[in-house]
Every structure is written in C-alpha cells, then in structure tokens.
Write a protein that binds this ligand. Structure first.
Ligand SMILES: Cc1cc2nc3c(=O)[nH]c(=O)nc-3n(C[C@H](O)[C@H](O)[C@H](O)COP(=O)(O)OP(=O)(O)OC[C@H]3O[C@@H](n4cnc5c(N)ncnc54)[C@H](O)[C@@H]3O)c2cc1C
Length: 386
C-alpha cells in the first residue's frame, strides 16, 4: 500500500512524482512506456512523444509566464538529479504587428518575471534574423538564456528517473480503472492492482476516453497535426541559429535532430476547428494517422513564406498529437471527490510543457496535503465536470 499513486508519467504526472519523492513521500508512478511501433500499438499514447516543445517566459498570460519561469529555473536541478539533459537554450522570438495588442502584454509578463529579452523593431529583426522574412510593420521580443526548447520525451524521462532515484516505485503498464475503496484507492493495471491512500490522475487527453475518473471532466481534446521539414547542408547552415518562434499565427521549432538521425524544422497551429477526440478509438485512430492533409498544405505555405530558404525542400512529413483544454485555460489540479482521495492534474491547454514542472509541484502540494506554497491561487486550478 503506497501513500500516493500518480497515474500518468507524462510531463505533469512525472513532475508530480519527482516533487513527491523529494518531499519524502512513498509514491508509485504508473507510467506506460512509449510504443515502439505506433501502428501496431494497442494502448495509450501521449503528448510528449517528440523532440521539441517551445519553452519561454515570454507569454501574454501572467500565470503561464510565472509558472514557466519557475519551471525553467529548476531545469538544471532536474537534469542533475536524473543525469538526462533535455533543455536547449536556443532562445525564443515572439513577433507580431508593432501596433497590435500582443507584444505589450508579453513584454509586461517578461519584465515581471525578470526574463532576459530584447525589443526589436523591423530593422532589428531583419538584421538579427536575416533568414526570416518579416512583413513591414512587424516588431518582436527576443528572449535568450531562459528560452529555447525542451525535448518533451527526454523531460518526461528525466522527471521519471529523478523520481525513481528519489525512491518512487515505477509501474510500466496503463491503468484501466481508478476507484476509491474503503479508506484508500485502487488502481487496476495489467500488472495487477496497486493500492494507495490517495491517487492523482495525470493522464492528459486519455483521462475521459479511458474512464479514469468517476465522473468525466470538462476537458476538450483536440487532434493536432504538425509538419516537419527536413533540413541539411547549406539550408541547415543558414538557419542553424534560429530560435523557437511564435508569430504569423503559428509556432515553429528550430532545426532539431530526431532519433532517425535527420534534422527537422517543425511548424504547428492549434485552432478550435481541429478535430475533437472523445473516445479511446478516436485517440487510437488519430495517433496512428498522418493527421490533416489540409493543415499540411496550409502550414507549408506559412513556413516557406517565413523561411524562404525552405522553398523547394521536398522531404516533408506530418505527425499527430493531442492537446487538452480546460474551461479556464489553466490546468485543473484539484480533488474530484469529497473524501479527498482522488485528485487530477490535467489540461496543458496546448502550452503545458514549459510550465510542467511547476504544475507538477502544485499537484504534489495538493495530493500530499501540504500547505499551498504556490503563487497561483488554488481556486484558479479548480476542476470542472461535464
Ligand atoms: C503538437 C503539439 C505541440 C505542442 N507544443 C508545445 C510547446 O511548444 N510548448 C509547450 O509548452 N507545450 C506544447 N504542447 C503542449 C504539451 O505537450 C502538453 O501540454 C503536455 O504534454 C501536457 O502534459 P500532460 O502530462 O498533461 O500530458 P502528457 O504529456 O500527454 O502525459 C500524459 C501521460 O499519461 C499517460 N497515460 C495516458 N493514459 C494512461 C493510462 N490509462 N494509464 C497510465 N498512464 C496513462 C501517457 O502515457 C502519458 O505519459 C504541445 C502539444 C502538442 C500536441
């Protein structure tokens, strides 16, 4: 019987387990491994099977900027505690119309959180990033040192390994049922029933589809498509110093080497028009698909307009992933039963990677019953049900 069980070894769940282990809690982390072959896999997938997630303090939302800053400040500790490196400080550029509403909001959040960034007008942008084609009237904020990208795959691995080194028990199988029983909880897995006093469910987009909470959560799960353009030779040399980018309605990751040995630039956009995924079958089909053909064409147009040297590159492929949204735009980190035995930490709202360590910290405070030593008021992370 463990004191705490965490179900889901993704970016938020594995971070929660690490923080619990650091606090000396007896914790079991139920964390199925990434499938070796997506097409034949039967089971759960995750939103961290990739090599690039933008990380940055610069964000228009003060809570996301603050939790990112707190997480980024701990990246070094997580790398040291696990022996796994996951952060590349390639920098981050947010560009937008100079007279628009976005940049002043982002600027204020960066300043409040002591981010190191430069304010660039159109001439400054064109001088610093000669390989990017900005429309006239654009301005930008360029964060360096604290920004760039994380490998989400390696971040999840690092949090899991640090939790394990801290004493957490790892169970490498998906959970099929989570129930409150007597004065504790039971989690059914293919490796048997795991018993604990309390459980925190951090299973991202799979939470409702796999029925892992007694009542379905008010969680919108979208299928997202990303486009990866392979770069090499002179093209790679030209854009090698590219930062992570948000602008032109899209987000872009700089050249990153993938496990297949090739280097790719990635582009994605998330909108409410993307496909909604409700059932386990929906999720399974989506992760096994190549995503939206329409998105592929649209995103290719945007990336080649912005990075003209990519025109003519024909080694292009798509990948699929899911994002989960709460009604209030922040993760739901809350008890879901009156007896305070089952809690959740879900809903990255499309930008949960960069702040995931701090959401895990909040999850650990909640489920361990510790004082709420977190700058975001608990009421802002409340759970909502269908
Ligand atoms: C295409 C794309 C691009 C993104 N880009 C960015 C970005 O640039 N910057 C950023 O900050 N964020 C980004 N995000 C968002 C970020 O990846 C997510 O917010 C983050 O992964 C959410 O973390 P999570 O722990 O809630 O979910 P996940 O990381 O998906 O983890 C959920 C975990 O639960 C496990 N699980 C599921 N079902 C079960 C079960 N039945 N039993 C046990 N375990 C289970 C899974 O194996 C997984 O490990 C992006 C997301 C997508 C899809």
């Amino acid at each position: 019987m463990h004191r705490i069980i965490v179900v889901g070894g993704g970016l938020i769940g594995a971070a929660t387990a690490r923080h619990l282990a650091r606090r000396g809690e007896d914790v079991a982390l139920i964390a199925p491994e990434e499938p070796t072959d997506r097409r034949t896999h039967s089971g759960v997938f995750a939103s961290h099977y990739d090599e690039g997630r933008i990380t940055r303090i610069l964000d228009p939302d003060p809570v996301w900027g603050l939790t990112a800053a707190r997480s980024i400040a701990r990246y070094g500790d997580i790398e040291a505690d696990s022996g796994i490196a996951f952060f590349t400080p390639a920098g981050f550029l947010n560009f937008a119309p100079a007279d628009g509403e976005r940049l002043p909001l982002v600027d204020a959040v960066g300043t409040a959180n002591a981010a190191r960034f430069d304010r660039l007008d159109i001439d400054g942008l064109r001088t610093r990033f000669p390989y990017l084609a900005f429309p006239d009237g654009t301005a930008g904020l360029h964060e360096h040192g604290t920004a760039g990208y994380v490998s989400p795959r390696k971040l999840a691995a690092a949090q899991t390994e640090a939790a394990r080194r801290g004493g957490a028990t790892l169970v490498r199988a998906p959970a099929t049922r989570v129930t409150a029983v007597g004065d504790g909880v039971e989690v059914e897995t293919a490796q048997g029933v795991i018993r604990g006093e309390r459980v925190l469910v951090a299973t991202g987009g799979f939470t409702n589809a796999w029925g892992l909470t007694p009542t379905p959560l008010d969680l919108k799960v979208f299928g997202r498509t990303v486009v990866l353009v392979r770069v090499e030779g002179d093209t790679l040399a030209e854009i090698r110093d590219m930062p992570s980018l948000v602008g032109a309605g899209a987000y872009l990751l700089p050249p990153i080497r993938y496990p297949d040995g090739h280097t790719y630039v990635k582009i994605g956009i998330g909108t409410d028009q993307d496909v909604r995924l409700e059932t386990a079958d929906d999720l399974d089909r989506w992760f096994k698909s190549t995503g939206s053909a329409e998105n592929r064409e649209e995103f290719l147009g945007i990336i080649t307009d912005l990075i003209p040297c990519l025109r003519g590159v024909d080694a292009i492929h798509t990948d699929t992933c899911v994002t989960s949204y709460s009604p209030h735009g922040l993760p739901m980190i809350d008890w879901i039963d009156g007896s305070q035995r089952i809690a959740v930490a879900v809903a990255g709202n499309g930008k949960g990677a960069k702040s995931s360590d701090d959401w895990g910290y909040a999850g650990a405070l909640l489920v361990s019953g510790a004082d709420w030593d977190h700058p975001v008021d608990r009421s802002r992370l409340s759970v909502a049900f269908r």
